[in-house]
Write a protein that binds this ligand. Structure first.
Ligand code: NAD
Length: 282
């Protein structure tokens, strides 16, 4: 079965970006959220994203309208019944995700592939909530999905080779670069980047250098586009802490122990760019 129609569940930061990527690549896309307001917010985020692409000359005004026409916003989860691929992007909560997978697995044809955009939950555990775990997979887009070219494709314990190949090829048709990861905490990117961010917080806490100098050192010293503390602010310090806690708990290794300073910032509500204050002021 070829992938023609895609369902994206959750029209938040990631879901709206993923829907934009799908439609830009020419796929009919159904974007689901739980109420009309959330759907409207998601669709307007996509409109804004496409307008930016037009301004940058990456898309013509006609193409933008064609892409918008390929996306249908819905609140009824049953609307994805005929989709060939479903990408779930609801909040990072196993209970919410599992409820969705139960429902979707019951209404879709057996061939439908179900993918999760989770950052830290076990693909194998979520697959167990479906009737066809061999057709369940992780498809981890980076934020912002329309801009970032990487997609981590994650095999659960029972994911079939056929499902893996289909999703791998589909990611390429989206114009993305897929990488294959086994189902281990943090997959590839977060497993490597989170300890670096954590170490930057330890260095800041110990007074090794100022936040600005830590970021400048890493930016210029390793040719990164952004320092680890600025990156943490962008991701959200609560999200960083959550992923570190998952790594620490699941791997059982002290090297993932979240820095107390990071914990304090989160307790203080300094969650980063999204609230106007984190390591830096915005
Ligand atoms: N934000 C990131 O940087 C990032 C990057 C990669 C992966 N992820 C992962 O992507 C997923 C989504 O993250 P996000 O940042 O887009 O979250 P978000 O909070 O921006 O969006 C989640 C959306 O899901 C909707 N939703 C909640 N319950 C629902 C339900 N039952 N049915 C339909 N919609 C429902 C919410 O209304 C909201 O619009 C998470 O698993 C997260 O770990 C996030």
């Amino acid at each position: 079965m070829d992938i023609k129609c895609v369902g994206v569940i959750g029209a938040g930061t990631m879901g709206s970006g993923i829907a934009q990527v799908m439609a830009t690549a020419g796929f009919n896309t159904i974007l689901i959220d739980r109420d009309d307001i959330q759907v409207a917010v998601g669709l307007s985020r996509i409109k804004h994203g496409l307008e930016k692409a037009v301004q940058k000359g990456k898309l013509s005004a006609e193409e933008m309208e064609r892409v918008r026409g390929l996306i249908e916003g819905k609140t009824d989860l049953g609307s994805v019944a005929d989709c060939d691929l479903i990408v779930e992007a609801v909040p990072e909560d196993l209970k919410i995700k599992t409820q969705i997978f139960h429902y979707v697995a019951a209404i879709c044809v057996p061939e439908t592939i179900i993918a999760s955009n989770t950052s830290s939950i076990s693909i194998t555990a979520m697959a167990a909530a479906t009737t066809h775990p061999e057709q369940f997979i992780g498809m981890h887009f980076m934020n912002p999905a329309p801009v970032m070219s990487l997609v981590e494709v994650i095999r659960g314990l029972k994911t079939s080779e056929e499902t893996f190949q289909k999703v791998w090829n589909f990611a390429k048709r989206l114009g993305k670069t897929p990488v294959a990861s086994e189902d281990r905490p943090g997959f590839i990117v977060n497993r490597i980047i989170m300890p670096m961010i954590n170490e930057a917080f330890f260095a800041l806490m110990e007074g090794v250098a100022s936040a600005e100098d830590i970021d400048t050192a890493i930016t210029l010293g390793t040719n990164e586009p952004m320092g680890p503390l600025a990156l943490a602010d962008l991701i959200g310090l609560d999200t960083v802490l959550y992923i570190l806690e998952v790594l620490h708990r699941e791997m059982g290794e002290d090297k993932y122990r979240p820095c107390p300073l990071l914990r304090k910032y989160v307790e203080a509500g300094w969650l980063g760019k999204k609230v106007g204050h984190g390591v830096y002021d915005y």
